[in-house]
Design a binder for this molecule. Structure first.
Ligand SMILES: C[S@@+](CC[C@H](N)C(=O)[O-])C[C@H]1O[C@@H](n2cnc3c(N)ncnc32)[C@H](O)[C@@H]1O
Length: 218
């Protein structure tokens, strides 16, 4: 299968990640802009608080080629990049391609199947959950919210980026429904322009920080 590589510079670590993408395939085979915004934000955050991900556990949902999980691993995290079974070989290829960058920071990255549509999966205890551009079809909304709830406790931080495509009325509706449901269970804050990467930023891409609400919050 024809492949092409995207380089992603991590300024805070002075290194470059090489992300293999496939020419043919579905939505999982390229890096989406929302992933670059989230990865760029992690890089900026690491400049502000050096080593903030070192030794932290991270799960990425719908990782695609693995840009966000690999960024976290190259910042020292123990990352698990999850996606559908067919996507795992591409993530593994990218983990392999970036072994030096990951080793240099003391992080780790593994690929694991996690299909949101499955009714049961192993619980993963994690400090952070990351997801980029995962809210784009109706059937995913409830399972995604359930997984976020299931993998979170009061100490878990979730960073979520989402491109809001104004040419797709359906996707806007899914995104609004998702946000409404999200607000029932999570405290949601928007990460403002100043905290984001100066280049990997777009008015069309929302970057949110989420924390599970306590029992007494509504
Ligand atoms: C638009 S792509 C975003 C990929 C990556 N996060 C990025 O931003 O570059 C959506 C991702 O969600 C994954 N996905 C879709 N449905 C899924 C499901 N039921 N379970 C797990 N992953 C799923 C796709 O395989 C794909 O990798």
């Amino acid at each position: 299968m024809a492949a092409f590589t995207r380089e992603f510079e991590l300024e805070s670590q002075n290194l470059v990640l090489n992300l293999h993408q496939n020419v043919d395939g579905d939505v999982s085979c390229v890096v989406w802009d929302a992933a670059l915004v989230l990865a760029g934000f992690l890089d900026c955050e690491n400049k502000r608080q050096n080593g903030f991900l070192k030794g932290k556990s991270i799960v990425e949902l719908g990782a695609g080629v693995g840009c966000v999980a690999l960024t976290a691993a190259a910042l020292g995290a123990n990352a698990i990049a999850t996606d559908l079974p067919a996507v795992i070989p591409l993530i593994e290829k990218n983990v392999e391609a970036n072994t030096d960058a990951i080793l240099q920071s003391g992080g780790t990255c593994t690929a694991r199947v996690l299909d949101w549509a499955e009714k049961s999966f192993d619980y993963i205890q994690t400090d952070y959950i990351l997801l980029a551009d995962c809210v784009y079809y109706e059937q995913s909304i409830e399972p995604l919210i359930s997984i976020l709830q299931m993998f979170s406790d009061e100490n878990t931080t979730i960073f979520l980026s989402q491109e809001v495509r104004d040419y797709s009325f359906k996707q806007i509706k899914f995104w609004e429904d998702f946000q409404e449901m999200l607000a029932k269970y999570f405290r949601v804050s928007k990460i403002n322009r100043e905290r984001q990467h100066p280049y990997f930023y777009s008015d069309d891409i929302l970057l949110l920080e989420l924390k599970l609400k306590g029992n007494t919050e509504n």
